[in-house]
Design a protein around this ligand. Structure first.
Ligand SMILES: C[S@@+](CC[C@H](N)C(=O)[O-])C[C@H]1O[C@@H](n2cnc3c(N)ncnc32)[C@H](O)[C@@H]1O
Length: 252
């Protein structure tokens, strides 16, 4: 993955929470894959796919993940949403120019998803939830606004998933910090995760709705105990565009 150009990088990490930052960025930037592109996590995602799936991608930006899913044979409809009208229009223009059918781009706020209950078999996000954490403060005790927004996002995704639907979250955020959100009592999904990447590992969380009994605590065994993480990594190992990562690491 190429690093993003300096002229689209923000001056502070909190800019990632500003919709005007994304509009300006997408006005200049044609294509950028946060973290890694599909080829790097295909071995984890492909086993979850089947032709009939209806898929929602949350915070698509100018990623090509929707098109990758179409090429993998997903034919039940792929809806890519983003808060940025610029990103959505550019994606629509691109899909129209290519004559691509089966992927729709829609302006939507992931904190208030405009879809009926139980609409999708698979919801996927890559790097989008991480944006909500850029000004979270202490990662062990995130500020109330971060907690509120992350829970709005997760509750919305849980709501639009079909009863046995799957949420895939591809994230920088480590299990120590994500578990308190994923394990909220109202969310009835089981939780597993894998990692991928080379020198730096990204997290691939798989949350299967309806697989966790609220009375059961067995799901808690699928995530590590919330003890302080050991970070054996220097910043130079991270790719330079990932300011968001540097911010989070600095907070540890
Ligand atoms: C870090 S980028 C990830 C883009 C893409 N998923 C990728 O992997 O390249 C975060 C994306 O989330 C979008 N975003 C931020 N807040 C959002 C919100 N409340 N609702 C929907 N999208 C949002 C931004 O516009 C941006 O496209």
């Amino acid at each position: 993955m190429a690093a993003c150009d300096d002229d689209v990088a923000p001056s502070t990490a909190s800019a990632y929470l500003d919709p005007s930052y994304w509009d300006a960025r997408f006005g200049k930037e044609e294509h950028y894959e946060w973290f890694k592109d599909f080829s790097h996590f295909r071995h984890l995602l492909a086993p979850l796919l089947s032709p009939s799936l209806s898929v929602l991608e949350v915070g698509c930006g100018n990623s090509r993940l929707g098109e990758d899913l179409l090429r993998e044979g997903v034919a039940g409809g792929i809806t890519c949403v983003d808060l940025s009208p610029v990103a959505v229009q550019r994606m629509r223009d691109r899909l129209a120019a290519l004559g691509t059918k089966g992927v729709d781009a829609v302006v939507a706020d992931m904190l208030d998803l405009p879809f009926e209950h139980e609409s999708f078999d698979l919801v996927i996000e890559k790097g989008t939830m991480d944006v909500l954490f850029v000004d979270s403060g202490d990662p062990w005790d995130p500020n109330p606004t971060t907690v509120e927004n992350v829970m709005k996002m997760l509750n919305g995704i849980h709501r639009v998933l079909k009863p046995e639907g799957i949420f895939v979250s591809i994230a920088f955020g480590q299990p120590h910090f994500r578990r308190r959100f994923f394990e909220a009592p109202e969310l009835t999904w089981s939780i597993e995760y894998s990692t991928f990447g080379d020198s730096f590992h990204y997290f691939f969380y798989t949350l299967k709705k309806g697989k966790r009994s609220l009375e059961s605590s067995s799901y808690q065994n699928t995530l590590p105990s919330p003890v302080a993480p050991r970070i054996n990594m220097v910043h130079e190992e991270l790719e330079s565009e990932d300011f968001i990562f540097l911010t989070n690491l600095d907070g540890l």
